[in-house]
Design a protein around this ligand. Sequence first.
Ligand code: F6P
Length: 377
Amino acid sequence: MASRKSKRIGILTAGGDSPGLNAAIRAVGKTAIGHHDMELIGFRDGITGLVANRHVPLDGRALSGILTIGGTILGTSRDKVHKMPVDDESVDMVPTVARQYEEEGLDGLILIGGGGTAKNAMRLADAGMNVLMLPKTIDNDIAGTDTSFGFATATEIATEAIDRVHSTAHSHHRIILTEVMGHNAGWLTLAAGIAGGADVILIPEIPYTVEKVAEMITARMDRGSSFSVVAVAEGARDVHDTADYEAARLLVKAAKTPEGSRAAKAHLAHVEDTQREHSFRLARALESATGLESRVTILGYVQRGGTPCAADRLLATRIGAVAADLAAAGEYGYMVAARGEGTEPVPLAEVAGKVKLVPTDHDWVTAARKVGTSLGD
Ligand code: F6P
């Protein structure tokens, strides 16, 4: 009969997938099994599988050969544990998870995810479960950590795309707007825009005006460069849209009653809806302001797919190994943050519900301005 391992740990991946997830699962598993004699099980499809108690054993065989593979071998979802869809209703499944956690004889849970996962992790921890979190997202917007794995790979992919559109923009004398992911944070666009030498970089943290962007493009034309490359974040807005969006968000925050909150959320959704496809609107506006033909390239999910770069494999491996060490030591309630070349356990309460945006005086912003890039403001 197989001997009982010292501890039994569950792991899952949640939120949008991000290059390096498998490297992190592997690092947690190899350290847990090889160094701490622990047993590891993997929940399928993020919170969905945790709630349904769908799991698979993660032994040495399952962990072998996954370091370089994109996506997640466990699957993922964006569910919220306190608002699970059950028969057209939204149900708090935290008590169900807590019961299953006991029945399964789990000593701890490791959640790999981003901002939404931090909130799920906090809810599970508040219900008495031992929880650790590892930060992953291509958006680089998780509070409390220097960076997250997935960001470096996505930056490489977006940079290559911006590099590549230069030659076609130049050949056709066009403006090419390259739309980069990042949700409401501009890190990915800023990093790839700088590395790819975009002429204009537009991020959510710095509202732009069409006039300023057109000014930059026209100045380039005057210097003989009758083309421009604009790196635009999916969450970027001009000053007018920013004002409407911020006002709608304030209404949501200020709502005092359930009805008021529903109405404010519906208004916010409407505002967000009318602001969709902003890159196409901006392209049309720039075309009429400059006389240059404009095109839009939306990078989309290409940025999240495929092989993680070396930096993400390294980051995922080192923070994954630390998470297994913390679990072995019975230290829970933390996100394992990347801090310089090391790591730091940051209390989940300092991460959940927070977002790390680009400070408008950040070094990267300053450097972009210094090399003559327009931020559209
Ligand atoms: O959070 C990662 C991310 O790729 C964002 O950059 C993007 O806004 C979002 O996920 C897309 O979400 P989904 O995969 O649900 O379409």
